[in-house]
Every structure is written in structure tokens, then in C-alpha cells.
Design a protein around this ligand. Structure first.
Ligand SMILES: Nc1ncnc2c1ncn2[C@@H]1O[C@H](COP(=O)(O)OP(=O)(O)OP(=O)(O)O)[C@@H](O)[C@H]1O
Ligand SMILES: [Mg+2]
Length: 358
């Protein structure tokens, strides 16, 4: 699918914007504070009903107004056109799809699947494991419908066990150890399967962007591979009781990216780290497309900074091969890469909240 028309009212400094984006690549440039990220934020609001920068939507509303509206026309590959709208007014959020009021964010997410790559995404490989777990689980959730109930069982067992550890009620631990063993192993197996499917796609994209040694992606499941989770929980009991929480399990999972048997994050350059992150995120998109999922939009904010011209061009060329709509920002017109290598793109300039196609 693609957004073929977009109307934005009162999102940050965008008081009123109307756009007809390209179904393929949209290049958006403008000075600092012109409104580029606000445009991506508006599209994200339309697809997710949340902001990627503000905790509350009310902070996204233009200072001099008390409501915001984003609406869009989405063209599906079947030829069907859907009208999406989101409005925040008097503290209330209203979602509409084809004039019908909807109550769930997932209705939107289905109508306008989005992937976001923005400056925080770069922490994927060099910050703590939380972001990497979220990355894996986003992929797993989208790929396997039956993951969510299993994951909920696991979360419940974990919080029950932690509550018992805090109050030192050891007698009741056994039942939750078994629950954790059952659902924790299922969660870990889903992640393992997902990474196994993602890896060849990732390796291909990484090889396209970078020339480095042998890359390996491996899951750290959150406890020793050779041990059953229940045995690990028994072995950890004293430590768990002392600190009042469960030390081992899928909630401690991570994945590791090695190049020639060294941890990539410890020695690759900033630019290489960015390219590896891009390759991971794009592999995730490619994996979903390969599995027949509805294509959507990729929003790429400020992502080309720190990449050399040839890498930027490669990124554009790669994006052009995907069956997906792209919105990508930069501060200067000539920063996107070699535009002769792509067709089917539109370029927009942003000046003080006004967006014009050029
Ligand atoms: N609630 C708001 N109401 C009005 N203006 C706002 C609001 N929140 C932020 N702004 C302003 O909107 C302008 C555009 O911000 P935005 O982050 O979209 O800029 P940008 O083009 O992405 O800049 P950069 O290149 O620095 O990332 C900024 O001047 C910002 O201060
Ligand atoms: Mg910005």
C-alpha cells in the first residue's frame, strides 16, 4: 500500500500541509527546525496513533491550537482506497477508517504498516539489550500470530515469581518455575526461529552495504544454552531470593553481532555501525514482504548523516528495489545520494512549516 494523499493540521509547526507523495520514494529536505521530523511524526501518528518523540499527543499539537488532525488516503495493491483519519481534540483521540469510528490502534496499524528509522535507532547495536529485545519481538509479533498469548503467559509467570521472591514465599515458587520453564522456552524458541529466518536476509543486505569479514548474528536466550530453564532457576534460587528478582530467562535475552569472531560494536566505525543497523532494520522489512505481508511505509529521519555519498546512494538504490513507500529526510538537497540511480521519486522542500514539491 501507499499513502497517496496526506493532510495535516496543527502538528508542531505544520499548521496546514497537504501532500501528494510518490508511491515509491519521497525525499524531504529543509533547514534545521523547518518541520521535516514533524512531517514524519504526522505520518507516524496516522499509522500508530502515538508519537515517536512525545509521550503525549497533546505535546505534538501546535502551540496556538488545541486540536490536531491528520488524514490520509491509502491505496492498496488491490486497487482499494481507504480513508484514514486521526484527530486529537479536548484530550480525546479519535480514529476513523472510511468514516467509521475505530477504537483500536491495531486497526490503523493494519491499514498503514510503518517502520521508523530515526536517530535513536542507531542505539540498536551499541546500547543495552532492551532495544535489541524489542527489535526481535517486533519481528516475532508480526510474523507469528500465536506468539502474543505465549508471551503473556510468560510475563505473568515472571511477575508472579518475582513477587514471591520479594516476599520470600519459597513454597509457592515451584508452580511458577514450571510455568516459566514452559512459556519461557516457547518464547526463546520463537526468537531463535525468527533470527534464523532473518539472518540470511540480513547477511545479504549487510554484504551489499559493507565490506567486512564474516558476520554472525546469534541469540543469547537469557540463560545457558545447555541448561533447561527450570534447572537454571533452581541453580539461581539463592541469588534470586537475595535480590528479589529472577536473574535468568527470556527477559534477559539479547542478540550479538560478531564480525570475524569479535563483537562488532567494539571495533566497527560509526558509519559501519549505522549501516549494520540499517541492514538489520531493512532485513526486517524484507522478511515481512517475503512472507506476503502488506507493504507499508518506511520513515527515515536524519538517517543519512554520517554516511558517505556512496553509502547514501546504495541506500536509495536498495529502497527503490523494495515494494514499499519511503519518506526520507535530510537538511540539504544534495545529501540523499546520486539521484540519477533512481526513478519514481518526488522531492519536497520544507521551509518554516510549509512543504512544497519541487
Ligand atoms: N508543539 C509545537 N508547536 C509549534 N511548534 C513546535 C512545537 N513543537 C516543536 N515545534 C517547532 O517546530 C519546528 C520544527 O521542528 P522539527 O523537529 O520538525 O524540525 P526539523 O526540520 O526536523 O529540524 P532538524 O533538522 O533540526 O531535525 C521547530 O522550530 C520546533 O521548535
Ligand atoms: Mg528533525
Amino acid at each position: 500500500m501507499s499513502l497517496q494523499k496526506l493532510d495535516i493540521y496543527h502538528v508542531r509547526n505544520l499548521t496546514q500541509v497537504s501532500l501528494n507523495p510518490s508511491p515509491k520514494i519521497n525525499l524531504i529536505f529543509g533547514a534545521n527546525a523547518s518541520g521535516k521530523s514533524s512531517l514524519l511524526e504526522a505520518i507516524y501518528l496516522l499509522g500508530r496513533a502515538t508519537s515517536f518523540r512525545a509521550k503525549q499527543i497533546k505535546n505534538v499539537i501546535h502551540f496556538t491550537y488545541d486540536d490536531l488532525t491528520v488524514s490520509g488516503q491509502v491505496l492498496f495493491s488491490t486497487g482499494h482506497v481507504s480513508q484514514l483519519g486521526i484527530q486529537h481534540k479536548q484530550g480525546q483521540l479519535e480514529i476513523r477508517i472510511d468514516q467509521e469510528k475505530k477504537h483500536s490502534r491495531s486497526d490503523l496499524a493494519y491499514a498503514l504498516p510503518l517502520q521508523l528509522i530515526h536517530p535513536k535507532s542507531y542505539q540498536l547495536l551499541d546500547a543495552g539489550p532492551q532495544l535489541r529485545r524489542e527489535f526481535m519481538d517486533w519481528g516475532v509479533f508480526n510474523q507469528y500470530d500465536d506468539f502474543l498469548p505465549q508471551w503473556r503467559h510468560f510475563k505473568k509467570a515472571l511477575s508472579q515469581r518475582n513477587a514471591l521472591l520479594k516476599t520470600k514465599r519459597t513454597k509457592e515458587l515451584n508452580v511458577w518455575n514450571h510455568e516459566l520453564q514452559q512459556y519461557g522456552t516457547i518464547v526463546a524458541d520463537y526468537r531463535k526461529q525468527y533470527l534464523a529466518e532473518l539472518t540470511p536476509i540480513f547477511l545479504k543486505i549487510a554484504a551489499y552495504f559493507l565490506q567486512v569479514g564474516e558476520i554472525k548474528l546469534s541469540l543469547l536466550q537469557g540463560w545457558d544454552n545447555q541448561t533447561k530453564l527450570i534447572d537454571q532457576l533452581q541453580a539461581d534460587l539463592e541469588k534470586d531470593l537475595r535480590y528479589g528478582f529472577t536473574h535468568s530467562g527470556p527477559h534477559r535475552a539479547d542478540f550479538q553481532l560478531m564480525i570475524d569472531s569479535r563483537k562488532a560494536k567494539d571495533f566497527v566505525s560509526r558509519g559501519q555501525l549505522k549501516l549494520l543497523m540499517l541492514a538489520l532494520k531493512l532485513a526486517q522489512v524484507q522478511h515481512l514482504l517475503n512472507n506476503g505481508f502488506q507493504s507499508g511505509c518506511i520513515l527515515i529521519d536524519d538517517a543519512v548523516a554520517e554516511l558517505d555519498f556512496s553509502s547514501r546512494t546504495k541506500l536509495l538504490e536498495f529502497l527503490a528495489t523494495l515494494d514499499i513507500q519511503v519518506f526520507i529526510t535530510a537538511t540539504e538537497k544534495n545529501e540523499f545520494g546520486d539521484l540519477n540511480q533512481i526513478s519514481d521519486y518526488k522531492m519536497f522542500v520544507v521551509k518554516q512549516g510549509v512543504i512544497t514539491e519541487i
